[in-house]
Design a protein around this ligand. Sequence first.
Ligand code: G3H
Length: 255
Amino acid sequence: DVIREWFGLNQLEHQLEKQLGLNKVIVVAGNSLTQPWVKNDLGRSAVQQLKQWAEPNSVVSVAGGTTMEAVAQAMTPHPVLRTLLYVPARGGLGEKVEYQANTICSEMASRSGGQYRLLHVPDQLSKEAYASLLEDEQIKELIRIIRSARIVVHGIGEANTMATRRKASPQMLAKLKERQAVAEAFGYYFDRDGNIVYKIQTVGLRLEDIKQADHIIAVAGGEDKAEAILAFLKHGVHDCLITDEGAARQMLQYI
Ligand code: G3H
């Protein structure tokens, strides 16, 4: 705590809580853009928060990405965490297997001793295939469980970085640029004012379902993500932000 005080981390947290209207902000030391190990600290903080907030036997819905992968790596056996059911927030978004929400939730469950369910949805679905998938009883039941999650844990990405990583078509990249997308979370893209400007067609959690959760834990750091984090938070579905000093200081410059 003395070290946190020394680096002014507590002060950064209070400042961001006030300015962004968040219930809780945790700032870890460093900048994950230039210091990749800082992502592990973000992961550890997210797990600590999960331990504090999780109700036994409840559902936790988790998104994908490299930050969420760090969260999964930080999971340890724990009396409450092992009673939880981990489910992916949304189906395929075009990510590599190791960063898919399915992979992350199975890893979180196996490291903590909990249960998990997987959502098998192909990445590129036609409207017709999507509609018939939604008729499937097992998928319907799983979507119901996903939407009943008490806690949602997710990353936030910079729009262009995410679209490129997911090998978006040139048409989609052009559309995101034209609509001035700057942030991405759960396969939704947002402009600077927090408006949804594009969403990937898949099943699972809709942004309106997230509001039903008791807690929403956003985990995102690195000074290059400052603008994206602010844009996503402007959309209005937020509660707790776990970030690093690099992103925190940059955000305060933008506000
Ligand atoms: O869905 C992915 C997130 O938006 C960001 O991913 O943690 O790898 O930057 P990341």
